[in-house]
Design a protein around this ligand. Structure first.
Ligand code: ADP
Length: 299
């Protein structure tokens, strides 16, 4: 039995690092490129597995060369691949990523590919593994009805659920009652609440607004400022680790993976957040998304 099930996508991240992120119409000369594993779901699964968590990844890929990269990544990281559907008629997802090498900040265009065709009718096997999991973690890169169905089933079967609401997009209100932990970054928190997050007080207001929608616990990640947590009573603010960030791609995924791992080990909330914060901080010190996830010994 897997302790943690992650539903999400794999994409091959094709990233270009340069002196800046080019503006519309501009061409610049960059300094490095890399093709590596990405996709929020896959990154989060890798983060959990590298910490030593037992994780099952639920997804869909093609049989093209990027599909092979997906399987190699999962196998190398000891992630259960039984629930990764392979369809020879579909393309594996890809993402074009532009990284500013000075700040580590990025701009990303994701082509979801195979998993964009996911349907509720094809995930019976996957649903069973979710039901048996302790923790269910997902994002918003798959068709909403599939995500909602899985969250609902997870909650009805006693799983702890985490929704990383990224990329930010409209979700029906029904989602909220099935979420234990909601983990937006600042931009996503603004999208869901209309409150621009510039400091701890804004984060607190945004969290209150989300709790009023019916979500149980809110974690707003604040980039290099750290994170804010609230369950409506207890509030925690943790500063980010002081690291030299060179590429923040996948920092949020490292955070969610680290957090799910902490929860699966039944650590108290503060410790789960500390693990997540540390894992995420370390992930920014390496290039790439999936490949930048730290191992248990690193934390
Ligand atoms: P996302 O990657 O989803 O946009 P954030 O930018 O909020 O999410 O980053 C997620 C987490 O990664 C933060 O809460 C923090 O723990 C860590 N992090 C991000 N940027 C840095 C940084 N420059 N230095 C240290 N930690 C960072």
């Amino acid at each position: 039995m897997s302790e943690i099930s992650v539903l999400g996508i794999f994409v091959a991240d094709i990233s270009f690092s340069g002196p800046k992120i080019p503006a519309v119409g501009e061409t610049i000369l960059g300094n490095k490129y890399n093709i590596g594993p990405g996709g929020k779901g896959c990154n989060q699964a890798v983060a959990i597995a590298r910490l030593g968590g037992k994780v099952n990844f639920i997804s869909k890929i093609g049989t093209d060369s990027y599909g092979k990269l997906a399987l190699n990544t999962l196998l190398k990281n000891k992630i259960n691949t039984e629930n990764v559907i392979q369809d020879p008629n579909l393309q594996t997802g890809v993402a074009g990523i532009l990284v500013d090498k000075n700040s580590g900040k990025n701009a990303i265009n994701v082509i979801v590919g195979a998993p964009s065709t996911f349907k509720i009718s094809e995930i019976d096997d996957q649903i069973n593994i979710i039901k048996k999991s302790k923790i269910f973690l997902t994002q918003l890169e798959l068709p909403k009805e599939v995500t909602l169905y899985c969250l609902k089933t997870a909650k009805e079967n006693g799983c702890l659920t985490i929704l990383n609401p990224a990329p930010a997009s409209e979700i029906p209100n029904e989602f909220y009652s099935y979420i234990d932990y909601f983990t937006p970054n600042e931009t996503e928190a603004e999208f869901y609440t209309g409150i621009k997050i510039t400091n701890e007080k804004d984060a607190q207001q945004a969290a209150d607004k989300l709790i009023n929608l019916g979500i149980k616990k809110i974690i707003i990640t604040l980039g290099e400022k750290g994170l804010f947590y609230s369950d409506g009573n207890e509030e925690l603010y943790l500063k980010a680790s002081s690291v030299k960030a060179i590429d923040t791609t996948g920092a949020g995924d490292a955070f969610n993976g680290g957090f799910a791992f902490g929860l699966s080990k039944e650590k108290p909330i503060k410790e789960c957040l500390e693990i997540a914060n540390k894992v995420a901080g370390l992930s920014t010190t390496k290039l790439g998304a999936g490949d930048s996830m730290p191992f248990f010994k690193d934390i």
